[in-house]
Design a protein around this ligand. Structure first.
Ligand code: PMP
Length: 430
């Protein structure tokens, strides 16, 4: 019998490349048919066949309050009724900028955009305009959206500039990006030595969530901070994923390290298309209309998106919010680890705040190379088994190389249900 998900996926491929509007949704890594969702409420989503899942993706991070939070919905509906967009300033944008600068001490000024890609792309341009230099450093396994200069993989040698990792990216553009191993202080210092006076910016996911979850620890980030200060390069923390996710002040608060620029997205828009980049005032004032670095957007600071974001951010400040989110997330990672150990499955897991990584290897990875050693065939079997649990399924990210997310609406009982299902599946994986 063909399911409605299968029918939709076949239909989708007629007019949408690969049937999806963002590649990882196509289930290419894990195989099978993507679920087409029709409904989300709290920690649960319902697909086109009416099957319900406990959701550990949360739209890839934004839904820290769960699906369809009543306060966010009300703010969106009330605001939308007053006009969807003006292409002119609104008071709510001012409130949003003030709130972001208050919540994240490294932000002296901030500009709103509509996606994480725009935030990182603009931050790189701004850093180049501010320093008058072209070269940037990124790290293997970090994803910063799909701007040309960031779709770059390592070149042939450690200290040679990168090659495009996507078709359509000119080699000339990639040649301005140096790709270094993540969490390798020595390689970074060596690169600095060589390119000190040419380097505009270093961009990093300060805790990586796009090669599964990799926490480099404080020493690596401190080395980046010290190195950038030494050579006058702009340190950009890409906190599109980690911002308001690992804690109220992101990784910069978690480790107490202050970047020059920060990019934000996902949670900042509460499920609507909103993102931001901000930081030092002397850098931000280089932006048009004050300075020579151009950046703009028809829908930038969109009132409906700002309303969703503002409502979300205010709710995160409730006392104990992150303590209970972290506790729930830990319950999941510890429960899964214990269940796997019981059955002798080589597995580990860890969490930071409301973000987690699951690894089919004995210990959490600390580098891209270690991430690549995990058993992705086993992950794929686990993923599908959890998805297909009779009754309520469990929806994890459809890739062994993505972090997962818990929301404030996941209850201890929801997490227990997932652990019990995993326990049964681990028994079959051996
Ligand atoms: N930076 C990071 C760290 C991300 O995780 C992502 C998206 N997953 C982006 C940038 C790009 O954001 P967007 O998909 O909103 O363009």
């Amino acid at each position: 019998m063909t399911s409605r998900n299968e029918e939709l996926f076949a239909a989708a491929q007629r007019h949408i490349p690969g049937g999806v509007n963002s590649p990882v949704r196509a289930f290419r890594g894990v195989g099978g048919t993507p679920r087409f969702f029709a409904l989300g409420k709290g920690p649960r989503v319902t697909d086109a066949d009416g099957k319900v899942y406990i959701d550990y993706v949360g739209s890839w991070g934004p839904l820290i309050l769960g699906h369809a939070d009543p306060d966010v919905l009300e703010a969106v509906q009330t605001t939308a009724a007053r006009g969807l967009t003006f292409g002119a300033p609104t008071g709510a944008e001012v409130e949003m900028a003030d709130l972001l600068c208050e919540m994240l001490p490294s932000l002296e000024m901030v500009r709103l955009v509509s996606s994480g890609t725009e935030a990182t792309m603009s931050a790189i341009r701004l850093a180049r305009g501010f320093t008058g230099r072209d070269l940037i450093i990124k790290f293997e396994g970090c994803y910063h959206g799909h701007a040309d200069s960031l779709l770059v993989k390592a070149g042939s040698g450690l200290l040679t500039f990168g090659n495009p990792s996507s078709g359509g990216v000119p080699a000339d553009v990639a040649a301005h990006t140096l790709v270094l191993p993540y969490n390798d202080i020595e390689a970074f210092n060596e690169a600095l030595e060589k390119y000190a006076d040419k380097l505009a910016a270093v961009i990093v996911e300060p805790i990586a969530g796009n090669m599964n979850l990799v926490d480099p620890g404080k020493a690596f980030l401190q080395a980046l901070r010290d190195g950038c200060t030494r050579v006058g390069a702009v340190l950009i923390f890409d906190e599109v994923m980690t911002g308001f996710r690992v804690g109220l002040q992101g990784v910069q608060g978690h480790y107490g390290i202050t970047p020059d620029l920060t990019t934000l997205g996902k949670i900042v828009g509460g499920g609507m298309p909103l993102a931001a980049f901000g930081g030092r005032k002397d850098i931000l004032t280089c932006l048009a209309p004050l300075g020579p670095v151009y950046q703009a957007g028809t829908l930038s600071g969109n009132p409906v998106a700002v309303a969703a974001g503002l409502t979300t951010l205010k709710k995160l400040r409730a006392p104990g919010f992150y303590e209970s989110l972290a506790e729930r997330t830990r319950q999941l990672t510890e429960g899964l680890t214990a269940a796997a150990r019981k059955h002798g499955v080589a597995f580990s897991a860890q969490s930071v705040g409301g973000m987690f990584g699951l690894y089919f290897r004995a210990a959490p990875p600390t580098s891209y190379a270690e991430v690549m050693e995990a058993d992705s065939a086993r992950f794929n079997r686990f993923f599908h088994a959890m998805l297909d649990v009779p009754g309520e399924g469990h929806y994890f990210a459809p890739s062994a190389f993505e972090a997962g997310f818990v929301s404030a609406t996941h209850t201890a009982a929801d997490i227990e249900k997932t652990i019990a299902a995993a326990d049964a599946e681990f028994a079959k994986l051996v």
